[in-house]
Design a protein around this ligand. Structure first.
Ligand code: NI
Length: 159
């Protein structure tokens, strides 16, 4: 178990386009395990590789605390509906802001064994998938916030 340093807003690494993962190896498996450790340690529901300084298209998500998901080279293939709600990010600690996103998302990705998978989500899971995929293209949710960022009462649901 290793907890990695979470990069914060303003760090150049958060504004880069990440590279696709071509093959799985021990190094990348270790990265994925560390991303989960880092996310859980920070009480987050999602984390993208650039948030720990690695420019690879890998995200981890767990919106329930019991359903860990790894998405490698994820691609959003379908969205519908709309949801507006408060969103946070482990790279912008202690803050949240209102963001409107699709309420449903379907993505295709590779799993840890580099097998193609399809994932569908609504509500918080949809929000998390979209938020993390944005990280892989160098975007932070703060670009999408309607109104002002506010101080969090708690640090729940940071991504
Ligand atoms: Ni985030």
């Amino acid at each position: 178990m290793a907890i990695r340093n979470i990069r914060l807003e303003g760090d150049d690494v958060l504004y880069q386009v990440c590279r696709p993962v071509k093959t799985m190896n021990d190094h990348t498996r270790e990265l994925i395990n560390d991303m989960f450790d880092t996310m859980y340690d920070a009480n987050g529901v999602g984390l993208a590789a650039p948030q720990v300084g690695v420019l690879k298209r890998i995200v981890v998500i767990d919106v329930t605390g019991e359903d860990p998901i790894v998405l490698i080279n994820p691609r959003i293939v379908e969205t519908s509906g709309e949801q507006t709600g408060y969103e946070g990010c482990l790279s912008v600690p202690g803050k949240s802001g209102q963001v409107t996103r699709p309420n449903y998302v379907k993505a295709v990705a590779l799993n840890e064994d580099m097998e193609e998978i399809e994932i569908e989500g609504t509500e918080l899971l949809a929000r998390a998938i979209l938020h993390e995929c944005d990280h892989l293209d160098g975007h932070l949710y703060v670009e999408k916030v309607e109104g002002e960022l506010v101080d969090n009462a708690t640090d729940e649901d940071e991504e």
